[in-house]
Write a protein that binds this ligand. Sequence first.
Ligand SMILES: [Zn+2]
Length: 97
Amino acid sequence: MKFMNMKRQACPRCGYQMDTAECFLEPKADPKPGDISICMNCGDLLKFLFDLSFAVPTSDEEVNIYLTATPKQLKLLRVTQAFIKKRGRIKKNDNLL
Ligand SMILES: [Zn+2]
């Protein structure tokens, strides 16, 4: 899995600070504007904006994500979100000490 270093930024949903991203489906790909992400703290969907900052998808965008995702993408999304929900929130930003 390839990690891409990014400008440090907070999840717009939970405030968790992040500075890396990775692509689950294409291990060698870097995220690009318009791609969808999952916050590893809260598990909610995020989207990459033109400058690779995060935004919360609109409700229409979220519906479109679920309608256009492949079965493999939907399964990965559900498994990842279930893992994050079971694990709970990360206590602190161990990745940014
Ligand atoms: Zn979050």
